[in-house]
Design a protein around this ligand. Structure first.
Ligand code: PEP
Ligand code: MG
Length: 607
């Protein structure tokens, strides 16, 4: 019976001032050209290169990878009907039985080569594929003269309906059932296995776009780079790649489709290029050079500070207890952004206070007992826009990025925020750790005041994100209400430049190097210096080593990023003085556009 298989659902879970000018000599290592990030995207640019093909996109995570391409296979078009003659029944039943065995074997074979959670998930899915109840229902339908494909679709749909009625963990398993349906239908048709491939050898994963749920189980040892047709610098594909610590290029447009599956490619995340069938010697040299740099980064030890000892706290962005434990084992000095909504992407109903508290505590524990100023910043649910939650975002909106997201959800649903703050208060009990709590998508002083009040009522240390330009423009007044700012440059850039952060067409506009964005960051940071309150950056800008130096020069006190990005930022900061950072900030602020802002900073800081 399928229900009995579901008593083991946990193994199926794959979740988820004033400026001075002057000539400043760049540090010696800055002459190395490999780490210059190419400004702006060159969409759909394809050129023939001595028998190979180069596709260019926006490089969002630096690094070199050399491996064959594997595309995310589209889901099969599902049939809406289909009949056979009575005489064909047995052949159809046999065909179905063969497909089941093939899908199951494929999953088990992959499980053999996988480790940890990924292996468990694959085994559990194989087990569910072979469920007798499911096969019986399909055979029954075939005996009513329906095609195997159509029978599979109906049998799975019935199960999905039952599971959704049962709710809870059963409802969460419907995704696995639909995945099995798609695999079996593809197998029956002789089509490639759909979805994100589960490789056994290193691959470069290519997709139109990747949702956080698609990539939850990716193993960075096997998926060594990500390339997507869509997305900009701050898209979630980039965030995921940074978490995994693998090179990533977004916004290639359809050009990447010209590189077929299994073609060996050289991905350069800094240059934003994917070269098909590269010269093996050149590829090996690029990989070796990358390895040298990686050694320097790998051997970096914190804390974050410039060469003249000016401290800039380097913190981790996390989305789960597991990520926090990994980040705490590295060089991070605390957590600057815990994206709580990522824990609930597949939750059909609002998790109870105790369940939430257990998750939050798992993020606090790895940093507890360190003393000093160690703190963890928990962000309240930033549900909405590109991260809708089934239990929070109930209405479809025309313009979700400008709609009811983040703190705005609390207007119609105050309990959601109240429960979350209660859960955070429970989570920190008995732990020796400073817990800071911040709200996303704040736009006004009263919003900040009300949120701060709700936090203080529970003994929590309140702050707000600077994502809406209104907050930066009004920084002194908003900061007077709270204890800290955290600048979300991903959204701040999107809203300042009026350019969708997910659009590959707007990637040049959607760039935190835009002087207008830097100006707003400066306004927020300087308000912090006046009020003697910390102002950090937790958007993707913090993970760009050159931009990180500029942010320090603008006055931000901490930089929070995906943990794997942290050592490269630490290395870069350690190569320059704070005065160089300030000079670079002045140069960038005075630039007419993002490209020259970066060029001016690079001229001062090197690189
Ligand atoms: C940001 O907007 O910079 C941010 C950190 O929030 P998110 O990327 O989760 O929207
Ligand atoms: Mg944001």
């Amino acid at each position: 019976m399928v229900a009995s298989q579901l008593r083991i659902p946990s193994i199926l879970r794959t979740t988820v001032r004033t400026c001075q000018t002057g000539v400043i000599r760049p540090p010696r290592w800055a002459a190395r050209p490999r780490f210059v990030v190419r400004p702006g995207p060159a969409q759909e640019e394809v050129m023939a290169q001595t028998g190979s093909l180069t596709v260019t996109g926006t490089g969002v995570v630096s690094g070199i990878a050399y491996a064959p391409v594997r595309r995310v296979q589209p889901r099969p078009q599902l049939p809406t009907g289909g009949t056979i003659d009575e005489g064909e029944q047995q052949a159809e039943i046999d065909h179905f039985a063969e497909a089941i065995v093939a899908v199951q074997n494929n999953l088990l074979e992959r499980a053999e080569h996988a480790t940890g959670n990924a292996a468990q998930v694959l085994r559990a899915t194989a087990e569910l594929t072979a469920d007798r109840g499911l096969s019986r229902s399909v055979r029954k339908l075939i005996k009513q003269n329906e095609t195997a494909e159509w029978a599979v679709v109906q049998a799975v749909d019935n199960l999905v309906t039952q599971f959704e009625r049962l709710g809870g963990l059963y409802a969460e398993r419907t995704t696995d059932l639909k995945d099995i349906r798609d695999r079996v239908v593809a197998e029956l048709r002789g089509e490639p296995t759909p979805g994100v491939p589960e490789p056994t050898e290193p691959i470069v994963l290519v997709a139109e776009d990747l949702a956080p749920a698609d990539t939850a189980g990716l193993d960075p040892e096997l998926t060594v780079a990500l390339v997507t047709e869509a997305g900009g610098k701050t898209s979630h594909t980039a965030i995921i790649a940074r978490q995994l610590g693998i090179p990533c290029i977004v916004g290639t447009g359809k050009a990447i489709r010209r590189i077929k599956n299994d073609t060996t490619v050289l991905v350069d995340g800094a240059a934003g290029t994917v070269v098909a069938n590269p010269d093996p010697d050149k590829a090996a040299a690029a990989v070796a050079e990358s390895a040298d740099y990686l050694n320097r980064v790998r051997s970096w030890r914190g804390p974050g500070r410039t060469s003249d000892g000016y401290g800039v706290e380097l913190l981790a962005n996390v989305g789960s207890g597991e990520a926090a434990a990994k980040a705490a084992a590295g060089q991070s000095e605390g957590v600057g952004l815990f994206r709580t909504e990522l824990c609930f992407l597949s939750a059909p109903v609002e998790p109870g206070i105790d369940d939430q508290a257990a998750i939050y505590r798992s993020v606090l524990e790895p940093y507890a007992g360190r003393g000093g100023h160690t703190h963890v910043v928990i962000r309240t649910l930033d549900a909405g826009s590109d991260k809708p939650l089934a239990f929070a975002n109930l209405e479809t909106e025309e313009n979700p990025a400008l709609g009811v997201r983040g703190l705005r959800l609390a207007t119609d649903n105050p309990d959601l925020l109240a429960h979350q703050l209660d859960a955070i208060a429970v989570a920190r009990k008995g732990l020796d750790i400073d817990v800071w709590v911040m709200a996303p998508m704040v736009a006004t002083v009263p919003e900040a005041r009300e949120f701060a009040g709700a936090c203080r009522d529970r003994g929590l240390w309140p702050g707000v994100m600077v994502e809406v330009p209104a907050v930066a423009l009004n920084a002194d007044q908003v900061l007077a209400e709270v204890e800290f700012f955290s600048i979300g440059t991903n959204d701040l850039t999107q809203y300042t430049m009026a350019s969708d952060r997910l659009s590959p067409h707007l990637a040049a506009l959607n760039d935190p190097w835009q002087p207008a964005v830097l100006r707003l960051i400066q306004m927020a940071a300087q308000a912090g210096l006046r009020a003697n309150k910390p102002v950090g950056v937790c958007g993707e800008a913090a993970a760009d080593p050159l931009l990180a130096c500029v942010l320090a020069g603008l006055g931000v006190t901490s930089l929070s990023m995906a943990a794997p990005a942290l050592p490269a930022v630490g290395v870069r900061l350690g190569d320059v003085t704070i005065e160089q950072c300030r000079q670079a900030a002045c140069g960038a602020l005075a630039a007419p556009d993002a490209v020259s802002a970066k060029a001016r900073a690079a001229a001062i800081l090197g690189g």
